[in-house]
Design a protein around this ligand. Structure first.
Ligand SMILES: [Zn+2]
Length: 345
């Protein structure tokens, strides 16, 4: 527990990007009400400003830091925000703010730990459908995973336009809504392209195989994003959905996401109010799925997707996901470094 500041937390200081050994001196400590032990303070010898261990942590300036891990656990165990607020004794606004901050850290953590993917692997793409607020406003959620390890590479929520047959009550509702607030946008292609680009950014020029169902746009988008380095294989969605189906890994991952994220459940009261919140929730799911949870229930507990893919040597605890702030990119402290000594890259 002997924390040593790895860099000056002020990004404009020279000791932030290229810290010298002992650029800091000790500067006492303080006793926050929410902790039993004092928090050490430091002073930068170059910019003369002071900071503490807290400056490097995810829960910097949080009011109830003890609730963060419990909230994270609840939100990846299909609990809704309101129920989590009741369980943890927090207000609705506090839970919303914590949720957004957790999601930002999870998003950065995934970016930092998955900067590059190994070459010549097979990835699987599919879209999950859900809706925002009412079922006449459908959403799409493309997800790309690594086929063998189930590692979730990228997700992107967006609106789609799906009109009911003319003459039905549902169609009439949709037409009233579009007359009032404009034609609903269909961003399916944009979202699929964004997930494929997120994959391409981690592959460099190396080749890959991409599996998907037979939706016509997948082939064209794959060629547009990867050029000649992709081998795209489309599988008929009429094949039985068994473990022998080539799309089984993505079907199972989407089923897990519905199990872990209450807002994706079908026939449930718990729905997404805004699509942005669905995307935030997916950042939590991605961090939990890749770095904390084992690949499948019959795998060893240490075999998380990130370990199987060689990105980490062991699973992360929930506390470690939310330990250090990750928004300094590769200069952030690595989630497994308890003394703060190791940077992400
Ligand atoms: Zn400094």
């Amino acid at each position: 527990m002997d924390f040593r500041p790895p860099r000056c937390p002020y990004v404009e200081c020279s000791q932030h990007t290229a810290p010298r050994p002992r650029f800091w001196t000790r500067h006492g400590s303080y006793h926050p009400r929410c902790r039993r032990r004092p928090v050490p303070r430091f002073r930068c010898r170059f910019c003369d400003r002071t900071f503490s261990r807290q400056t490097f942590r995810h829960d910097y300036r949080d009011r109830r830091p003890d609730r963060n891990t419990k909230l994270f656990a609840a939100l990846v165990s299909s609990t809704g925000l309101r129920q989590a607020a009741r369980q943890l004794g927090l207000g609705g606004g506090a839970v919303q703010r914590k949720f957004r901050k957790l999601a930002r850290t999870c998003r950065w953590l995934h970016r930092n730990l998955c900067r590059e993917l190994p070459a010549d692997r097979t990835f699987v793409l599919d879209e999950e459908e859900t809706f925002e607020k009412a079922s006449i406003r459908p959403l799409t959620l493309p997800v790309v995973i690594d086929k063998d390890t189930y590692f979730v590479v990228a997700t992107m929520a967006g609106p789609i336009r799906r009109l009911a047959p003319p003459g039905t009550a549902r169609r009439a509702r949709q037409e009233r809504e579009e007359a009032a607030s404009g034609r609903r946008r269909d961003r399916s292609r944009v979202c699929v392209r964004a997930t494929l680009r997120a994959l391409a950014g981690r592959l460099g020029d190396s080749s890959l195989t991409l599996l998907s169902d037979e939706k016509a746009s997948y082939g064209t988008l794959a060629t547009e994003v990867f050029g000649t380095s992709v081998r795209h294989i489309a599988t008929s969605s009429r094949l039985p959905r068994t473990a022998f189906n080539p799309l089984f890994p993505i079907n199972l991952t989407l089923a897990m996401s519905r199990d872990n994220c209450g807002r994706l459940r079908r026939d449930s009261w718990l729905v997404t109010e805004k699509r942005r919140c669905l995307q935030l929730h997916m950042h939590l799911f991605t961090a939990y799925r890749n770095y904390v949870r084992r690949r499948r229930n019959h795998d060893r507990a240490v075999d998380t997707p990130a370990v199987l893919l060689g990105l980490l040597t062991r699973p992360l605890e929930l506390e470690e996901v939310l330990a250090w702030r990750q928004d300094w990119g590769p200069r952030s402290i690595h989630p497994t470094a308890s003394t703060g000594a190791i940077a992400v890259a």
